[in-house]
Design a protein around this ligand. Structure first.
Ligand code: NDP
Ligand code: GDR
Length: 342
C-alpha cells in the first residue's frame, strides 16, 4: 500500500529534500504551503507533476500553522501515515524582531497541528523539527540528556514544541518524536543564514560583482552538516519500533571564522580582505557553541553524517558560483539582500 505523508514547511530547505526522499521511496507526498503574492515554491518546483496526471504523487495545499481549523480539515482529508512538522519562523536573529509571531508559529503552531491530529481522529506518526538551539547556553557536547537553556524567542518556542510533542506521546500514546537537529545546510539554505550568506558572497566577490561582506559574531561555534543527509534521519525516526527523541549532528566543531576561511580559500580568495563587522548581525543573547553527539542515532537508527563542515562549505561555494553564472541580472548581492531582509 502506498504510504502518505504530510509535510508542513515543504517549501523550505528541509521540506524540499524530505519531499524528494519520500517520493523516491514511493510515498504520496502532501505539502502545506502558504498563500503569498509571489510564487514561493521554487525549492519544490522540480518535483511538480500536473495533479491531473495519474502519475502525480506530490500535492500542495494552502494552509498555515496559525489556522487550526484548516489543519483539522486537511488532516481528515489527507489521512496521512506520517506527518512531518517542519514549518516554523526559523531565523534566530529575526525571532528577536518578531518574538510574538515566532512564538505563534514555531511554538503554538505545533500544538495546533497535534490537536488537529487528535481531533481529526486519524492514526499517524508525527515528527517534530526540534533544534539544537534549545540547548542554547548549555556547553557542548550536547546530546538527548543535555538540559535546555534557550537564548532566543526562537529557542524558547522550540522548547515548548519539544515538550508538547513529548506530552502528546505520553498522554495519548501517539507515535510522536522529536528530531533534535544541529545546523544543517545546503545549496538550498535560506540566503540570510550564515553559511549561505558567506557562500553567496564568495561567488559574487569572485565574479567581481561585490567587494565587501558584513558579518556579526565570528567566534560562534557550530556543527554544520548537510541537509540532504539529515532528512534521511528524520524518516528513520518514524520507522523505528518505538517513538523516541534523537540528536542528529556531525560532531564537528567550527567557528564562523573557520567557515569563512574555508569558503573564501576554496575560491582562491582571502576572507580578511573582504569581511567587515556590522553590529546589526549580533544577537541580544548569543549561543556560543553547539556541537552535537549523535551516537544514539548511530546506534539505534544506523544514521551517521558523512559530509563534514569543510566539504559542505565547498559544495555550497561551488553551487553558488554555478548559480551566479545563470542568474544574470536577477542576482541580488549579499549586502543588498541583508539590508532589506535582516
Ligand atoms: P526554512 O526556513 O527553510 O523553512 C521553513 C518553512 O516553514 C517554509 O516552508 C515556510 O514557508 C514554512 N512556514 C513558516 N511559517 C509558516 C506558517 N505560519 N505556516 C505554515 N508554514 C510556515 O527552514 P529549514 O528547512 O531550514 O528548517 C526546517 C525546520 O527545522 C524548521 O522548523 C526549523 O526551525 C527546524 N530546524 C532547522 C535546522 C537547520 O539547521 N536548518 C536545525 C534544527 C531545526 P515559506 O516558504 O512560505 O516561508
Ligand atoms: P543559527 O544559524 O542561529 O545557528 O540557527 P545562523 O546561520 O543564522 O547563525 C549561526 C551563527 O553565525 C553567527 N553570525 C551570523 N549569522 C547570520 N545569520 N548572519 C550574520 O551575518 C552572522 N554573523 C555571525 C550567528 O550569530 C550565529 O552564532 C540555525 C537555524 O536554521 C535554526 O532554525 C536552527 O534551529 C539552528 O540553526 C540549529
Amino acid at each position: 500500500m502506498t504510504k502518505r505523508a504530510l509535510i508542513t514547511g515543504i517549501t523550505g530547505q528541509d521540506g524540499s529534500y524530505l519531499a524528494e526522499l519520500l517520493l523516491n521511496k514511493g510515498y504520496e507526498v502532501h505539502g502545506l504551503i502558504r498563500r503569498a503574492s509571489t510564487f514561493n515554491t521554487a525549492r519544490v518546483d522540480h518535483l511538480y507533476v500536473d495533479p491531473h496526471d495519474p502519475k502525480a504523487k506530490l500535492f500542495l495545499h494552502y494552509g498555515d500553522l496559525s489556522d487550526g481549523a484548516r489543519l483539522v480539515t486537511l488532516l481528515a482529508e489527507i489521512n496521512p501515515d506520517e506527518v512531518y512538522n517542519l514549518a516554523a519562523q526559523s531565523h534566530v536573529r529575526v525571532s528577536f524582531d518578531e518574538p510574538e509571531h515566532t512564538a505563534d508559529t514555531t511554538g503554538v503552531g505545533t500544538i495546533r497541528l497535534l490537536e488537529a491530529v487528535r481531533m481529526s481522529g486519524i492514526n499517524t506518526k508525527f515528527y517534530q523539527a526540534s533544534s539544537s538551539e534549545m540547548f542554547g547556553a548549555t556547553p557542548p557536547p550536547q546530546n538527548e540528556e543535555t538540559p535546555f537553556y534557550p537564548r532566543s524567542p526562537y529557542g524558547a518556542a522550540k522548547v515548548y514544541s519539544y515538550w508538547i510533542t513529548k506530552n502528546y506521546r505520553e498522554a495519548y500514546g501517539m507515535f510522536a518524536v522529536n528530531g533534535i537537529l544541529f545546523n544543517h545546510e545546503s545549496p538550498r539554505r535560506g540566503e540570510t543564514f550564515v553559511t549561505r550568506k558567506i557562500t553567496r558572497a564568495v561567488a559574487a566577490i569572485k565574479a567581481g560583482k561585490q567587494d565587501l561582506l558584513y558579518m556579526g559574531n565570528l567566534d560562534a561555534v557550530r556543527d554544520w552538516g548537510y541537509a540532504a543527509e539529515y532528512v534521511e534521519g528524520m524518516w528513520r525516526m518514524l520507522q523505528a519500533d518505538e517513538p523516541d527523541d534523537f540528536v542528529l549532528a556531525t560532531g564537528g566543531n567550527y567557528t564562523v571564522r573557520d567557515f569563512l576561511q574555508i569558503s573564501f580559500e576554496h575560491a582562491g580568495l582571502n576572507w580578511e580582505n573582504h569581511v567587515r563587522f556590522d553590529e546589526r548581525y549580533l544577537r541580544p543573547t548569543e549561543v556560543d557553541a553547539l556541537v552535537g553527539d549523535a551516537s544514539k542515532a548511530q546506534e539505534k537508527l544506523g544514521w551517521k553524517a558523512s559530509v563534514h563542515t569543510p566539504e559542505l562549505a565547498r559544495i555550497m561555494v561551488d553551487a553558488d558560483i554555478e548559480a551566479l553564472k545563470h542568474a544574470g541580472n536577477h542576482w541580488i548581492d549579499t549586502v543588498e539582500l541583508e539590508s532589506w531582509k535582516n
